[in-house]
Design a protein around this ligand. Structure first.
Ligand code: SAM
Length: 269
């Protein structure tokens, strides 16, 4: 394992919650609510969407056929459905892969209501890569910061592009640093837990270069949609009970607000 992959592993491993804090937590701090990931009625016009559509158009021009998009860690399908809909697109089919069945339910309902042919694969990437098969475009939004061992995860994304990337490619969207890093000062304040520096988008780019010789295009931009940041939501993430939401609200006023910055990485095999 190269230095960049080792750095990613070390930084991601340090994001865990110590056992004694988890045991005392009133609710699971990791749970994601599927409804929070339902795709918007009108997809946001982002560099990720532009890149996925451009790859789809290139793939369609090469194959003269309908394009398929694989959405790894699809949640409600925001990434792939934005590439396929609502304006004219060569995307003929989307496949959502997620380890949570309830997320796949949101994805399937969203694809059906938009009239987009779809498939689903329940499983964990990269283990489920074979079942997912190959596609023209592979999108993976806001999943990398769940991963500790990054090289096999990235290798499987690249490997899932049909025909060695004739026209198609991979689009990854992520935050510039671990999505919970903005709460590090509050972990110190409430739990005396002092976290080291988080894994960043630059770290992921370095892994692509060092492990695979891939130079990703990097687009930095600002999201319009605010991610969850209210005191109740934060208290749960910090493993604190409802009685402490007021204290959390006060503490939140002392730290910089949750950032809206995002990063899109694009590469072809
Ligand atoms: C933060 S959500 C992002 C959902 C969606 N891509 C979006 O941008 O709205 C992360 C999703 O990835 C899924 N996930 C995380 N790690 C995964 C893995 N190794 N394999 C499959 N799904 C994964 C989670 O279940 C969750 O639905």
């Amino acid at each position: 394992m190269g230095g960049a992959a080792a750095r990613w592993r070390e930084r991601q491993s340090a994001r865990g919650i110590p056992e004694h804090i988890l045991r005392a937590a009133p609710a699971d701090p990791w749970t994601q609510v599927p409804a929070d990931f339902a795709p918007p009625d009108v997809p946001a016009d982002t560099p990720s969407r532009t890149a996925a559509r451009a790859l789809a158009e290139r793939a369609a021009a090469r194959t003269c056929a309908g394009v398929s998009v694989l959405d790894v860690g699809c949640g409600g399908g925001d990434a792939s459905l934005a590439a396929a809909w609502p304006d004219l697109s060569p995307v003929a089919r989307v496949v959502g892969l997620d380890r949570q069945a309830d997320m796949l339910g949101v994805f399937a309902a969203a694809a059906r209501s938009r009239g987009i042919p779809y498939g689903t694969v329940r499983g964990s990437w990269p283990d489920a890569a074979e079942e997912a098969g190959r596609h023209d475009v592979v999108v993976c939004h806001h999943v990398l910061h769940n991963v500790v061992d990054l090289p096999p995860f990235l290798a499987a994304l690249t490997g899932a592009v049909r025909g060695g990337g004739v026209g198609g490619g991979v689009v990854v969207e992520m935050l510039p640093e671990h999505p919970m890093a903005w709460l590090d000062p509050l972990w110190a304040r409430f739990h005396d837990l002092h976290r080291p520096a988080p894994a960043t988008a630059e770290d992921a780019v370095a892994v692509l270069g060092e492990e695979f010789g891939i130079t990703a295009q990097v687009h930095r931009w600002e999201r319009e949609r605010r991610l969850p940041h209210g005191p109740e939501w934060v208290a749960r993430r910090l493993c604190l009970p409802a009685e402490r939401v007021g204290e959390v609200a006060e503490a939140l006023a002392t730290i910089p607000p949750r950032r809206t910055a995002a990063v899109t990485l694009v590469w072809t095999p």
